[in-house]
Unconditional design. Structure first.
Length: 135
């Protein structure tokens, strides 16, 4: 449709909107986990058993919560964008595996799977020019 072709001029604005929205939601979900303390981290880190990791659940839980919170902030400002997107992708793969492992099926894992695809794509696309990492 020709009348929508002018939107190509706003790709960087679209990436900014995507980064800010996803980053804010990752912080929204990650910060309560991060301040939850060792009991919360142990529960979260126990999810790694679904990918074959059975040691250090507190450490893995803390790293997952930190990844969501700090990764969300880095997405918003566009700093270390690709590494942040990569670690968020790993976090979401574990989340999807957890849902499948608990028997939730695709209905339960759909949100994690969808976001994993988004972050996988963003690794290739980059943060756009409205970012701290701009080239």
């Amino acid at each position: 449709m020709a009348y929508l072709s002018n939107l190509n001029n706003y790709r960087n604005t679209g990436l900014l909107i995507l980064r800010v929205g996803l980053g804010a939601m990752m912080i929204y979900h990650g910060y309560p986990k991060l301040i939850g303390g060792t009991h919360s981290w142990a529960d979260l880190g126990a999810s790694t058993k679904y990918i074959g990791i059975h040691f250090w659940p507190v450490i893995w839980g803390f790293l997952a919560a930190l990844t969501e919170t700090l990764g969300g902030f880095l997405l918003i400002i566009g700093l270390a964008f690709r590494p942040a997107a990569f670690f968020l992708l790993i976090n979401l793969i574990v989340a999807a595996a957890t849902h499948f492992g608990q028997g939730d099926g695709l209905d339960g894992a759909a949100h994690a799977v969808e976001l994993a695809f988004v972050f996988a794509g963003l690794i290739f696309v980059g943060p756009g020019k409205y970012s701290v990492d701009k080239k």
